[in-house]
Every structure is written in structure tokens, then in C-alpha cells.
Design a protein around this ligand. Structure first.
Ligand code: ADP
Ligand code: MG
Length: 425
């Protein structure tokens, strides 16, 4: 009845056999299936549709609280799931978004070119294919990979190529939100709920309503927020700080971190249940060192972009410089490549970037450090090294601490802590 009120033509099938027959005779924009069918398992129906009618999204109806079934369905390729008793507003949201898949397809011409994922390596091709598939689903995706490898870009593309493309994509760096403000940042607050709350304020979930919330550096979430976040994701509703009632929200969750989240789970620093919920599908973005073939294309792309922004002629890379880039290990990955070229662009003369302009740091990756064997205690030796690394990162990021922390692959809080410890002002 709800669907018919939305002017949707509905066919029903009493069992799997009937469903297969109907699928063979009609073209459907969306299919709902129960988990247990009289003559089989709903998961098999998902597989059947994926194989024969890949353009028809399937949503699984699961028993309330049966997260395992829901996740199994998503992993099998279900578009989304609804749990019983079905909340009609959630059902309407799901259907509206799913139907956009069909109508949105042709309008999805290449979006802004800055959002394209470059690289002709086998790994990047695979990732691009996977993005297209994942964009058609509502399943939570966990993107792993080193800092600067392109995780955020991948998340944006999953959003941009899917049915939520015209709705907000809201990224949040979980390590950069101060602890005290975290709950209010995520869920919003009511006026007067704490000192300084002078007006009602919407949180990130509300800002992302109808769209995608990207939890960047999700490993940095403190444990008490992990509990609240899990609840919000499972219930699809949130309670603003100081509010009496919950507000339903419709967001797709994407997350990323450069840390090894399963290790953190083992160490008890990240909740198993939240990990399980956000890591339904994992997508690993390889570091630049694993796909050196992509370096020339990326370098060319960044030089074009940098020159355009400066309104100047695009510089040429000398052969020696090109060679040096190919031999460098790029601990900061694509972001570091971009930074190096930006700096080289300002340093170079005669429109040619030479090896010296790149100012590549001596690669400590492959050979051992010269550890001084004098009487300097280990702690102070390490402290000096740390200081040097932090100072370099700060310089590179023009003293933007958030950016410096990213470069170093640590959270904003960790950087603040280390700055204090090392007495860097
Ligand atoms: N394959 C790629 N093609 C083009 N630009 C890329 C690619 N990968 C990363 N970038 C660019 O490199 C920078 C760092 O990427 P980002 O997604 O922020 O990395 P991460 O989130 O993994 O730290 C961004 O400016 C991004 O646009
Ligand atoms: Mg990032």
C-alpha cells in the first residue's frame, strides 16, 4: 500500500519460483525479498538477480536486530536492507534513492575533472571498476590504505557516481574533532543544553541527511563515541544533545583510516561491533610505491593543474627529475607527490623542473640510519628524530597542523600531544 501510494507499480510473488518467473517476463527497477522464502533462501534470490538482471537493485527484509543477516545480504550484493517491523518513512527513503539509480544513470556524465581517479595500473583500474559497483549499493564501505593514497577521493567518487550524487557528501576527520564537542558535532544540540550552546545546532548526521557521511580517520574515534555512533548507524536515528526525542536520519556511511583497524580491534581500542558494522565491504587503496607506473601520469596531471592555477606555462620535467621521482619511495603517497611538484614549480627556472628542484628527501626507506654510537641516550636521539620529522611536516603543510598530522599519518590530537612533549611552539 505504501509503495502504491508513491505511484509505484507493484508485483508480488509468493515464493522464489514465482519470483524468478516474473523476473523473466518483466523489467523491475527494484526488488524486495524476505530472508526466508517458502522454497529457498533470499540470499540465493539476490545472487540470481545479480547474475541475470544486474541492473535491478535488491533490498533484503530482515528480522529486527538480525544484523548478521543484513550484513550477509549486503556482502552478497544487496542494495540495502530494511528490518521488520518496517518503518514506512525508511522504506520510502530507500525506494526513492533506489529509483534514482535508474533515472540518474544517463545524467551521470563525468563530474568535475578534479574528482577523477587517475592511474592506468592494474590496481587502479580494478578500484575504478569497484567504485562503480559500490556506488550502486548502500552498503557501508571501509577504505583502507596509507595516508595520501587517495582514500578520500575514492569515497567522494563512490558518492558522486551513485544515486545520492545530488545530495551532500559530508567528510569528517574523526581525529580532528575535540573530544568535548564530539557528540554535539555529530548529532547536533539544543539551545541551552550546555554553556555556549546559544542556538539549536544541526550535527554532521543532519547535514548529511539523504547523502553520505564520510568518517575519515575513523580509528581515532574515542570509545565512548564509538558506542553512540554504532547506535546511530543501527537505528538510523540520532538524538541531539539536550533533545528529548530521536530524529530519523538517512545517511550512507563510508569510512577510512590509514591504521590497521583489525589490529586495533584486537588490542581493544576499537569496538568489534562497530568495526563489523562499518567494514561490510573493504576497499584497499594501494600506496604509490605499489603502482609506480602511475607516477608519470599523476605528475603530469598535477603539473598541468599547478600551472593552470598559477596562470603560467606548464613546466617540463627533465629526464633526470622523472627518473628521480620513479626511484623515490613516497611515504606520503600521492599527496606527497603533489606537494613536491608544487614546491618544485616555485623553485624551477626556465620552465624546466630539474632533479634538484624536487628536493627529494634522502630516502631512508631502504638503508639504515646512521645511529650515533656516542653516549646520547636513546630517548633523546629518538626525540630529535621525531622533532625533525614534525618540523618538516609542518613546513611542508605551511604550518597547518591538521595537514601536518595527515602527512605524518597521526591524528591531530597525537600531533598536539607530541608538539607539547617535544616543546615545539
Ligand atoms: N589516483 C589519483 N588521481 C588523482 N589524484 C589523486 C589520486 N589519488 C590521490 N589524489 C590526490 O591526492 C591528494 C591526497 O588524496 P586523499 O584522497 O586526500 O588521500 P587520503 O585520504 O588517502 O589521505 C588529493 O589531493 C587527491 O585529490
Ligand atoms: Mg585522508
Amino acid at each position: 500500500m505504501t509503495l502504491e501510494r508513491m505511484d509505484i507499480i507493484v508485483h508480488t510473488a509468493a515464493d522464489m519460483d514465482a519470483a524468478k518467473k516474473q523476473l523473466a517476463c518483466n523489467e523491475y527497477d527494484l526488488c524486495f525479498t524476505d530472508m526466508k522464502l517458502p522454497d529457498g533462501d533470499g540470499l540465493n534470490l539476490i545472487k540470481h538477480i545479480q547474475l541475470h538482471y544486474p541492473n535491478t537493485p535488491v533490498a533484503m527484509i530482515t528480522a529486527h536486530g538480525n544484523m548478521e543477516a543484513a550484513i550477509a545480504a549486503l556482502k552478497t550484493g544487496a542494495y540495502d536492507f530494511v528490518s521488520k517491523p518496517v518503518d514506512l518513512q525508511m522504506l520510502r527513503n530507500l525506494v526513492t534513492t533506489a529509483l534514482k539509480l535508474k533515472h540518474g544513470e544517463t545524467s551521470q556524465v563525468e563530474r568535475r575533472s578534479r574528482d577523477t581517479l587517475l592511474g592506468e595500473s592494474e590496481q587502479m583500474r580494478k578500484i575504478r571498476n569497484k567504485i562503480v559497483k559500490l556506488a550502486r549499493s548502500q552498503a557501508p564501505v571501509y577504505i583502507s590504505g596509507a595516508s595520501g593514497s587517495g582514500k578520500e577521493l575514492v569515497a567522494r567518487l563512490i558518492h558522486d557516481k551513485g544515486p545520492r550524487a545530488d545530495t551532500p557528501f559530508v567528510p569528517v576527520n574523526c581525529g580532528a574533532v575535540p573530544q568535548e564537542l564530539m557528540e554535539s558535532e555529530f548529532f547536533g544540540h539544543k539551545k541551552g543544553s550546555f554553556t555556549g550552546a546559544n542556538t539549536d545546532k544541526a550535527g554532521l548526521f543532519q547535514a548529511a541527511d539523504g547523502g553520505t557521511l564520510f568518517l575519515d580517520e575513523v580509528a581515532d574515534l574515542p570509545l565512548h563515541m564509538q558506542v553512540k555512533l554504532l547506535r546511530a548507524i543501527q537505528e538510523k536515528s540520532i538524538r541531539p544533545v539536550g533533545a528529548q526525542t530521536e530524529v530519523p536520519v538517512d545517511v550512507r556511511i563510508l569510512s577510512a583510516t590509514h591504521k590497521n583497524l583489525s589490529q586495533l580491534v584486537e588490542a581493544g581500542e576499537f569496538r568489534q561491533d562497530l568495526f563489523y558494522r562499518i567494514n561490510v565491504i573493504e576497499l584497499r587503496v594501494p600506496g604509490l610505491q605499489e603502482r609506480k607506473d602511475d607516477i608519470p601520469q599523476l605528475a603530469d596531471h598535477f603539473l598541468t593543474k599547478i600551472a593552470q592555477q598559477a596562470g603560467l606555462e606548464k613546466p617540463r620535467l627533465s629526464n633526470e627529475a622523472r627518473e628521480a621521482l620513479l626511484n623515490y619511495s613516497f611515504p606520503g603517497n600521492v599527496r606527497e607527490l603533489e606537494n613536491i611538484l608544487e614546491r618544485a614549480f616555485t623553485l624551477c627556472e626556465d620552465d624546466t623542473i630539474n632533479k634538484e628542484d624536487l628536493q627529494l628527501p634522502a630516502d631512508t626507506h631502504n638503508h639504515n640510519h646512521d645511529i650515533p654510537m656516542d653516549d646520547q641516550p636513546l630517548d633523546s636521539f629518538l626525540g630529535d628524530q621525531e622533532k625533525e620529522a614534525i618540523q618538516k611536516a609542518l613546513e611542508q603543510s605551511k604550518y597547518n597542523k591538521t595537514a601536518a598530522a595527515k602527512l605524518l599519518g597521526i591524528s591531530f590530537r597525537q600531533l598536539r600531544y607530541r608538539l607539547k612533549k617535544l616543546g615545539i611552539d
